[in-house]
Design a protein around this ligand. Sequence first.
Ligand SMILES: [Mn+2]
Length: 270
Amino acid sequence: MTATFETRQFRTLFISDVHLGSKAARTDLLLDFLKFHEADTVFLVGDIVDGWRLKRSWFWPQGCNDVVQKLLRKARKGSRIVYIPGNHDEFLRDFPGTHFGGIEVADRATYEMADGKKYLILHGDEFDVVVRNARLLAYLGDWAYDAAIVINIGLAAIRRKLGMPYWSFSAWAKLQVKHAVNFIGEFQKVVADEARRNKVDGVICGHIHHAVMTDIDGIHYVNTGDWVESCTAIAEHHDGTLELISWQTIKATAELHALPSPEIKDMQAA
Ligand SMILES: [Mn+2]
């Protein structure tokens, strides 16, 4: 049985890590989410399309088209849609500032919420190298940190030209199960540091498939999560308040309540 929902209207929606083209993408849930959630602006915070997976073997079921159509339709109906590429859809990084079908492509963005607070919006993979080599870089200092980020971006571009896949943080962190929590904490700290350096109040990113809204030393760190496992998004209300929406949980709960009660079932059976 399908539960029905009231459509919710937001100022902004933030979605990342859909991985269209990978078998794990929950296009059914995302379509459903997009149906019941409207916004003036939609930020796609990277890894929407899994270019690396598609390169290995083409997998593009109807659900993927439906998601793309739904987003293009939102753009046609007047939503501003900004696509910030991640490491899995880095083919789009060659096209910053371009538009396709009403969707803007940008490397990263600074965005002001309705309450005047400024947020840095980025995917987050550029900090992988710092997370992996945190101790070494802390020892070497600021110059090494900056150099490491530049080298990481350069190497990723070369690997991309050579057709080599990007190293995946989330896959790697999962392999290091025992330490995964530390890696996530380190990633969050590094991204919050970047926000601080950019003199903004907060940061919204994706990449590590770990949705959360938390304060890290005075910076509001927000992660959109993913549509592979957790099926989460961040929404900004018209007063600037942010909400973490766990669509999978909301849907499961609603469907549980939508089930006919045992008495009704008995009556139907009779
Ligand atoms: Mn990523």
